[in-house]
Design a protein. Structure first.
Length: 173
């Protein structure tokens, strides 16, 4: 084991600790490392149990071992700005109707539903129906959601993608 390899692994581990749920490609850019370097060192770090790698909705995310599977999946969602905004709106203003969330966030209903499907699947938000069959959204565990939201920020590429989607939504409407 070389001193350079140790330093690189320490940099990777430290960065992941500060940015839980970071995408592999974002880590490469942030630390100015090649894909091969990151994969080599991640292999060593995951084998040693120092980091965990989890695929969530088709993207590979990195975590420290202190996060359980549920937290890892939720953090991966919250790294997307729109999903984060939806979860926060439901926590702060729920129970709330989906149309009101879409209006407050200025997003298309289809965009909201795409994110809601994932938030419901990960048990962050639940859909409830009243006697008339109208849907409202409620937070499943508001305190835990707020705690996880406070730990992460959406990635820059994720924010760009979400903002581009919002722009396209506004042009199509």
């Amino acid at each position: 084991m070389t001193a350079t390899g140790d330093r690189t692994r320490a940099r990777i581990e430290s960065y992941v600790e500060r940015h839980p749920g970071i995408h592999l490609s974002e880590l490469e850019r942030a630390l100015d490392l090649t894909t091969g370097q990151v994969q080599h060192h991640l292999g060593k770090l995951t084998t040693a149990g120092r980091l965990q790698r989890e695929a969530v909705y088709g993207r590979s995310h990195l975590y420290c071992p202190e996060y359980d599977e549920t937290e890892r999946r939720r953090i991966a969602l919250f790294r997307r700005e729109t999903a984060r905004d939806v979860a926060l709106t439901v926590v702060e203003d729920g129970p709330i109707r989906p149309a009101d969330v879409a209006d407050r966030l200025d997003i298309a209903r289809s965009t909201l539903e795409w994110h809601l499907d994932r938030l419901v699947a990960e048990d962050v938000v639940r859909k409830e129906r009243d006697a008339a069959g109208r849907v409202t959204l409620a937070a499943v565990d508001p305190a835990r959601t707020v705690a996880l939201l406070a730990e992460i920020r959406p990635s820059l590429p994720g924010r760009f993608l979400d903002r581009f989607t919002r722009l396209v939504d506004s042009l199509v409407e």
